[in-house]
Design a protein around this ligand. Structure first.
Ligand code: AP5
Ligand code: MG
Ligand code: ZN
Length: 224
């Protein structure tokens, strides 16, 4: 199953794709996580991406499409994948289609997680992430048992530097201007299904699984 999880910043793409990864045994591929890891490692990619990310802007298409072309060759993607945060422009969508065509496969579904802007801002300002295992938290909606530390591994929690109010506003505008047009693109292609993303995490997950079951993905699949 080759899946895209689509939606504005804070819609729950990361939260849901991690759950789907576990459930279906296919990898979550998050361009945001890849770029943040490159920034931490101070690689040339990370250094180039940093100035765009801090400003809430998109990293240039050529950088992202090159990165994803390589990533999709990974052995772990042979049984399918869940894309989180990619594609984000029409040009990225076209590049993805070309890459998959070259591999004799295509997208099966684009799940659009729909959440109201006011709710998005609340989610993003309260989000915290584990510095060790990447697990996500929310100060109100999914708080850790011990403030500031990860329940799973004890790692320190941090706030993403693009989760500050000004940058959140910039990211939402970039989403509206550059990414939202993909909704029509995928609707015309017959791939889009919209799920309501404002319900609790488990309910949103159930509605995504229901969509996929309707498509014939009935049971857990393994990555092989
Ligand atoms: P990226 O990391 O992709 O960020 P984003 O798209 O802005 O999305 P987020 O990760 O902020 O939100 P999410 O939908 O994953 O929500 P989450 O599950 O965490 O990109 C960051 C930057 O990298 C970009 O700005 C750009 O610069 C660059 N970049 C990345 N990809 C690129 C690309 N393809 N092209 C160009 N540039 C690119 O949930 C949010 C919070 O809400 C969490 O705290 C969570 O616990 C909580 N929550 C989730 N679901 C629920 C729920 N149902 N109820 C209550 N709380 C919930
Ligand atoms: Mg995310
Ligand atoms: Zn952790």
């Amino acid at each position: 199953m080759n899946l895209v999880l689509f939606g504005p910043p804070g819609a729950g793409k990361g939260t849901q794709s991690k759950k789907l990864e576990e459930y279906y045994g296919i990898p979550q591929i998050s361009t945001g996580d890849m770029l943040r890891a490159a920034r931490t490692a101070k690689t040339p990619l990370g250094l180039e991406a940093e100035k765009f990310m801090v400003a809430g802007k998109l990293v240039p298409d050529a950088v992202i499409t090159g990165l994803m072309e390589e990533r999709l060759k990974g052995k772990d993607c042979e049984g399918g994948f869940i894309l989180d945060g990619f594609p984000r422009t029409i040009s990225q969508a076209e590049s993805l289609q070309g890459t998959l065509k070259g591999q004799k496969r295509r997208l099966d579904r684009v799940i659009n997680i729909d959440v109201d802007e006011e709710e998005l801002a609340k989610r993003l300002t309260g989000r915290r992430q584990c510095s060790q295992c990447n697990r996500g938290y929310h100060l109100r909606f999914a708080p850790p048992q011990k403030a500031g530390f990860c329940d799973r591994c004890g790692g320190a929690l941090f706030q993403r530097d693009d989760d500050k109010e000004d940058t959140i506003r910039a990211r939402l505008k970039v989403y509206r201007d550059q990414t939202q047009p993909l909704i029509d693109h995928y609707r015309h292609g017959g791939l889009l299904v919209t799920v309501k993303g404002e319900a609790p995490v488990e309910e949103v997950f159930d509605s995504i699984v229901k969509v996929l079951e309707k498509d014939g993905v009935n049971a857990k699949v393994s990555a092989s």
